[in-house]
Design a protein around this ligand. Structure first.
Ligand SMILES: [Zn+2]
Ligand SMILES: [Zn+2]
Length: 163
């Protein structure tokens, strides 16, 4: 049985729940999108199953941001992923991408259920972080691009995948 995660935005207008097998907030993404939408230091996304996701309240307040990639360059384009957020308080809720229709990726910051503390933090896309942004303290693996593991394979390798 997967774990149930309950989440909400900051103002409380939006409340949601979903089932997750990969609910350890171990991977901090330092890309420009994750830093700008998540605050100075980046964002952490969890894994979840789209068919189990349930918006309990506030569907009308949810807006979607499709990120601009390579802004101000000839390669500028729009990301396929959809970042859902509360239009009243701006809190990021979850990421959905039609390329992986069975999955949804809640922002760990939106989850109110207790989460496990990872022993080691995995920091990815470190090469897009400006100098002044400090990495969090404690044990960590740092990658210039992506790490070796997917959300699923990392949880399985560390015995943290919940069937
Ligand atoms: Zn809100
Ligand atoms: Zn990112």
């Amino acid at each position: 049985m997967a774990v149930e995660l309950k989440g909400s935005c900051h103002c409380g207008a939006v409340r949601f729940s979903l089932q997750s097998s990969s609910a350890v907030p171990y991977q901090l993404c330092l890309c420009s999108i994750c830093r700008k939408v998540g605050g100075v230091g980046g964002s952490i996304n969890l894994g979840g199953f789209y068919e189990t996701s349930n918006i309990e309240k506030g569907k009308e307040f949810i807006s979607v941001y499709k990120a601009v990639l390579n802004r101000d360059t000839p390669e500028e384009s729009i990301a396929s992923s959809e970042r859902n957020f509360c239009s009243k308080c701006s809190a990021m809720l979850w990421l959905y991408d039609k390329s992986w229709p069975e999955l949804v990726h809640p922002f760990a910051s939106a989850i109110d259920s207790p989460l496990k503390t990872p022993e080691t933090l995995v920091c990815i896309l470190n090469n897009s972080k400006p100098e002044h942004v400090h990495l969090p303290e404690g044990a960590k693996e740092v990658y210039d691009k992506y790490g070796k593991e997917s959300l699923e394979s990392w949880h399985k390798k560390n015995g943290l995948w919940v069937e």
